[in-house]
Every structure is written in C-alpha cells, then in structure tokens.
Design a binder for this molecule. Sequence first.
Ligand SMILES: [Zn+2]
Length: 177
Amino acid sequence: MALPSSYPAQHCSVARALDVLGERWTLLIVRDAFYGLRRFKDFVDHLDIPRAVLTARLKTLEDEGVLARVPGPGKRTEYELTEKGLGLWPIVRGLMTWGDEHYAPAGPLRRLRHQADDGQLDADGRCAVCRQIVPVGDTVVERGPGFGHDGERTDAISTSMNRPHRLLDPVRIRWSA
Ligand SMILES: [Zn+2]
C-alpha cells in the first residue's frame, strides 16, 4: 500500500514541515546546500540521486522558498538557500549530532568549528572557546575521526567538498565553471 504523500489530518507544525522536508533525499539536498553545493550536476554526482528525483525535490524546495535559483559563474543556474532555508541549519546540525551519537562508532564523520577562534562546536552549536552560538556562515566543516571508515567518495565534487571550508561558501569544481 502506498503511503499518502501528505498528512492532511495532522494539524501540527511538525507534520506541515515534514510535508516539505520529509521525502527521501530532501534533507540531504539541504545538507549539501549548507556544505556549499549549488549546481544540479554536483548534487547528482555527490548524492548519486536519480536526476528526475532531484528535479522534483529541487522544485518542491524552490516552490516552498527554501532554495532559490540564482545565476552563477557563466550564468549557469545555481541553487542557494534563502533566509527561510538557512533557518534549517539547527535541524541539519541536530541530525548530524544525533547520527554521530548513535550510528558513528568510529566517531563523528565531520566536525564543526568556529572560524574566528578554531573552537569546536558542541551539540547545541556553541563554541568551546568563546561560548557563543556560532552563526552558520562562521562555521568551518572538516573531516572528523570517523570520516572515511565506510569508504570515501572520490568524485571531483566530493573531493572539493571534503576539504575544510566555511559552510555556505560555494564549492565548485574548476571544469564545471
Ligand atoms: Zn568561538
């Protein structure tokens, strides 16, 4: 039996949010957008997602104002998180923390730190050095001790994405510019 595609009887904000975010792949696309991916092909390459599914998910995210289409270098279409989309950062960070806690026996796959002072971020996104909640754009993502234990993707965009870099800074590969 097919599951219904929405939760019409659920008058609850969690159900409403899941109508937008709860389909397979959607939060991974959002996560990759925080990591700096912006191009259709780069999402395809990094996620191994069928193109038709990616097209559908991007359309939903665009229709809901989570992602916006913007012209990138060479006027190629790119996708960028809107203000509404940026509001998902605590959710994505929380899922990372929960996944690391329960499904990463070799340790966190990725670590987050504060660009200003190199402090590690805790589960709440608070910097160990300055004790502030670090804004997403001041956060650096880098490999953690558990990175690569289940194999490592070696395609060009994954290699670029896995270098330490600030969240939201565009990650592109040279030959796709
Ligand atoms: Zn700090």
